[in-house]
Ligand binder design. Structure first.
Ligand code: AMP
Ligand code: FE
Ligand code: FE
Ligand code: ZN
Length: 279
């Protein structure tokens, strides 16, 4: 049996692995295919593709777009993206700028609370264009301003906590469209985590191609329910570990193993999309 892990992060967003390290771990985990889905960036795809090619592993270039629909945050995965697509790069570039601005705002909020964190420390820790809360948490730990990453989220960074700053998000409907025009398939990420069940029909209406039924944070019962929902809406089924390297736990890569038959269905759907001239 061949397996895939279609939800992975690197240092190009909030993961701790380089693309090369990611592929090494994928190999150790016996995976036949991986997708890179960094938050709001496709920057790591070129290096990951090269590293995969060197070990004859299948690679799917992707991204995890931060979106919202009627005040519900939803993460939309794009697969088979043309990573040179001008409109995609322009739009995600704007969200990367928003993320960088948000770091300034979070650090300002921390400073106001008497936490002497410097914005330069966060940007040095992040060293990428798509920084986020995990980088602020890591900088706080590095400077010994807090004991652990969890504590940083609990005390300051979680929604409703004093240094939480909302992200600028694109509309979920735009994210589906943006992915399609870049030649990709759109998939709702971890619906069980974001509690986005109610908005599935609206996104299907907008052209959503699939849902991530298998995810680290989905129980077996949850996965089964999403498989039923996928079937009812004629959606593709994906799955992945959402590995962030050594960020939150030990590396999760390969702990969610998507049977390769689902990847074959993704290939077929992509071909259909291209034949329909949507790209
Ligand atoms: P951001 O995109 O900046 O809002 O950060 C979201 C990222 O933070 C998620 O993708 C996770 O990697 C991480 N994260 C969210 N909540 C927590 C938490 N309670 N503890 C540790 N990491 C978290
Ligand atoms: Fe993340
Ligand atoms: Fe996510
Ligand atoms: Zn993710």
């Amino acid at each position: 049996m061949k397996f895939a892990d279609l939800h992975l992060h690197t240092q190009f967003s909030d993961g701790t692995f380089t693309p090369e390290e990611l592929v090494l771990h994928a190999q150790k985990g016996g995976l036949a295919c991986i997708a890179l889905t960094d938050h709001d960036t496709v920057e790591g795809c070129a290096r990951t593709a090269t590293a995969c090619a060197a070990v004859k592993m299948e690679f799917i270039p992707g991204a995890e777009l931060t979106a919202e629909h009627e005040d519900t945050e939803v993460h939309v995965l794009g697969y088979f993206l043309d990573t040179g697509n001008r409109h995609l790069l322009e739009r995600i570039g704007q969200f990367q700028t928003g993320r960088q601005q948000r770091i300034h705002e979070m650090v300002a909020a921390l400073n106001k609370l008497g936490v002497p964190l410097q914005v330069e420390t966060v940007f040095a820790v992040a060293n990428c264009k798509s920084p986020g809360r995990p980088h602020v948490a890591r900088a706080l730990v590095k400077e010994k301003l807090i004991g652990s990453l969890d504590e940083a989220f609990e005390r300051y960074l979680k929604k409703g906590r004093p240094a939480w700053v909302p992200k600028t998000k694109m509309s979920a409907l735009e994210s589906v469209e943006l992915i399609h025009q870049a030649g990709g398939l759109s998939v709702m990420a971890h619906p069980g985590l974001n509690r986005t069940d109610e908005i599935i029909p609206a996104l299907v209406e907008a052209g959503l191609d699939g849902i991530e039924c298998f995810h680290t944070k989905h129980s077996t019962v949850m996965s089964e329910r999403y498989l039923e929902i996928a079937e009812a809406h004629h959606l593709l089924v994906t799955g992945g570990s959402d590995c962030h390297g050594y960020s939150k736990s030990k590396p999760l890569i390969g702990t969610v193993r998507l049977p390769y038959a689902h990847v074959e269905k993704l290939h077929a759907a992509r071909q259909k999309l291209q034949a329909n001239g949507l790209t």
